[in-house]
Design a protein around this ligand. Structure first.
Ligand code: DX5
Ligand code: ZN
Length: 221
């Protein structure tokens, strides 16, 4: 399986977004964090900004909704051209219905679990999703320390996806760097979100390459 790198623009310069988007062209996806001050204690960007990003960038857009009532709002992001929309276990009332609605709009559906949320309850509905996001920090802020106690969850999820012969991707988000990338890749994650490790570096392309090669080596090794 191929490792994909998804820089999070949460750590980009919101006054120079177009420039900062142009600096991550060697990545595979652009990760866009939408927060609402309710589901998480932070507020970021919403529909008007995400809509412009979807229009301007040629990269696939990976919209991560950390908001309440995604059953209501997620389809808006599909409508504006998001490649995939991620919604949280703790916020969604009808995840299967929402995944099917997004698919009917030509958008990929991804289900996210926070560090204290188990992944086993979704084993019977795994095939409904294109990707499962395992948070490796408490959602809300960039620059937090990677939680290595989530690696077992990634491993159990990889085993179950393989057991069911699915092609569901496993995304990890939070504290991913060239140091932690080998750990998540070895555990079975194949889509790596990195905010501060990419945008905190002066050479963003180099940071992306470093995370990718560290992960790829561990995945193969
Ligand atoms: C946190 C966000 C992340 C964040 C990751 O709630 O979902 O996408 O940008 O930032 P780093 O890579 O700095 O932990
Ligand atoms: Zn995120």
């Amino acid at each position: 399986m191929t490792i994909q790198i998804a820089p999070s623009i949460l750590s980009a310069d919101f006054c120079n977004l177009e420039k900062d988007l142009n600096e991550i062209k060697t990545a595979d996806l652009v990760h866009i964090d939408v927060m609402d001050y309710h589901f998480v204690p932070n507020l970021t960007i919403g529909e008007p900004v995400v809509k412009r990003i979807c229009q301007v960038t040629k990269m696939p857009t990976d919209v991560h909704l950390m908001i309440e009532d995604p059953d209501r709002w997620a389809p808006h992001y599909a409508q504006m051209g998001a490649t995939s929309v991620t919604f949280h276990m703790g916020a969604t009332h009808a995840p299967v219905r929402l995944a099917r609605e997004l698919h009917s709009m030509g958008c990929k559906a991804c289900f996210a679990v926070r560090p204290a949320e188990p992944v086993e309850p979704i084993f019977d509905i795994l095939s409904e999703f294109d990707m499962i996001l395992v948070m490796t920090v408490e959602p809300g802020f960039g620059g937090q320390k990677f939680l290595d106690n989530q690696l077992g969850k990634v491993r159990r999820l990889r085993d179950e996806i393989d057991r069911q012969h699915l092609s569901t991707h496993i995304e990890v988000d939070g504290g991913v760097s060239p140091q932690t990338a080998p750990l998540v890749a070895k555990a079975g994650a194949d889509v790596l979100v990195a905010g501060s490790a990419v945008y905190g570096a002066s050479d963003r392309a180099q940071a992306i390459a470093d995370i990718r090669s560290a992960a790829q080596k561990a995945y193969q090794g």
